[in-house]
Design a protein around this ligand. Structure first.
Ligand SMILES: Nc1nc2c(ncn2[C@@H]2O[C@H](COP(=O)(O)OP(=O)(O)O)[C@@H](O)[C@H]2O)c(=O)[nH]1
Ligand SMILES: [Mg+2]
Length: 341
């Protein structure tokens, strides 16, 4: 599981990138620093969940234990089906006598949650082997597409030394283009825009073309998140994707969908809808810092079969990170503030 940027990106000279800004020494310290921050950023979900879980699992186990546990997980938006599976597994093992005491039960619960979020068939990595690698970012308005692109461009440059171009194919709102341009500047990325009100497909085409001419490593294409109707939006998204493929066969190589964690189960429904129109390779779960519904990460992984690849935990450049199922589950429930092995 990628715990680090260098493990998220698959690059040509090895299974993982050589991190330019992160020397290998001090890796452990850096990891525990990351983990502490993840834990802090997830504090809303953790507070809501862990108090109830601890109150339940450290008492005598009975029918009510499992009901209360289910309720706590559902309140954290883990999702009914995913919750039922986790709790049934834990109850079975506890009843069989395999788990003794609150500590062991909580530890096993963390493992079960991480297992759900981890899908070996869909590893949460992003391949950068094509040049340029084209990443298309889709999602409903306000879910964090533009912000995520800025952060991602910045990390690609900082952590892997890649050159990046971003294309403003969200032409629906003029302000969206300006906002993306500012992020591109902060991230040190090239920027392609079209004339006002231009066709999103044409901008996406131009961005990939320009990226090829400049020889950049990664092209990231922003898209609109709101149109007159949902059908329009989906049709446009499919078209942008098609047009990108015309400029560069095989592209986009990666389609990321932003889901706002604060919208909980609604975000899950959005993700289903989008993924029926364009195949989605990975979810970026944003705004996890501001919600008690962080359990949605598990519901997405468990019920959609699309890996969560990145999580947004704030509004700053540095507030995007690879999703690690184990760290995530532990950050939600573990008492101790350090990552496990
Ligand atoms: N707290 C927090 N805010 C975020 C995060 N990601 C995006 N935002 C905020 O959400 C709002 C909408 O983001 P934007 O990128 O414009 O969404 P877009 O319409 O999908 O492009 C902005 O105010 C962002 O600062 C996040 O991870 N945490
Ligand atoms: Mg935007």
């Amino acid at each position: 599981m990628p715990r680090d940027w260098s493990e998220l990106f698959i690059v040509a000279d090895g299974p993982s990138a050589t991190a330019t800004a992160e020397p290998p020494e001090g890796g452990e310290e850096r990891r525990s620093g990351f983990f502490r921050r993840l834990r802090e950023n997830l504090s809303k979900t953790r507070q809501a969940l862990s108090a109830e879980v601890h109150a339940t699992l450290f008492e005598d186990l009975d029918e009510e234990t499992w009901e209360r546990l289910e309720e706590a997980l559902i309140m954290a938006d883990v999702g009914a089906a995913t919750t039922a599976k986790i709790v049934a597994d834990l109850e079975r093992e506890a009843t069989a006598g395999d788990l003794q005491g609150g500590e062991a039960l909580t530890g096993r619960l963390i493992e079960l949650m991480a297992d759900i979020a981890r899908d070996p068939a869909h590893p949460p990595t992003i391949s950068l082997l094509e040049k340029p690698t084209v990443i298309m970012v889709a999602g409903v308005n306000g879910t964090g597409k533009t912000t995520t692109i800025g952060k991602l461009a910045w990390h690609l440059r900082e952590r892997t030394g890649k050159t990046v171009l971003v294309g403003a194919a969200d032409t629906f709102r003029a302000a969206a283009v300006e906002q993306l341009e500012q992020w591109a500047q902060r991230a040190g990325a090239e920027f392609v825009r079209g004339p006002e009100g231009s066709d999103p497909g044409a901008v996406a085409f131009e961005a990939v073309k320009r990226g090829r001419e400049l020889g950049v490593d990664v092209v990231i294409v922003d898209t609109a998140g709101r149109l007159h109707t949902q059908d329009d939006l989906m049709a446009e998204l499919a078209k942008v994707k098609r047009v990108i493929g015309k400029q560069l066969p095989g592209a986009p190589h990666e389609t990321l969908l932003t889901v706002d964690a604060t919208t909980g189960q609604n975000g899950l429904r959005q993700a289903k809808l989008f993924s029926e129109t364009v195949p989605v390779d990975g979810i970026v779960l944003t705004k996890l810092d501001g919600t008690a519904k962080g359990g949605i990460a598990l519901a997405i992984a468990g019920e959609l079969g699309i890996p969560v690849k990145l999580i947004g935990i704030g509004e700053a450049l540095d507030d995007l990170r690879p999703f690690d199922a184990d760290d995530f589950a532990r950050a939600l429930l573990a008492q101790q503030a350090e990552p496990g092995p």
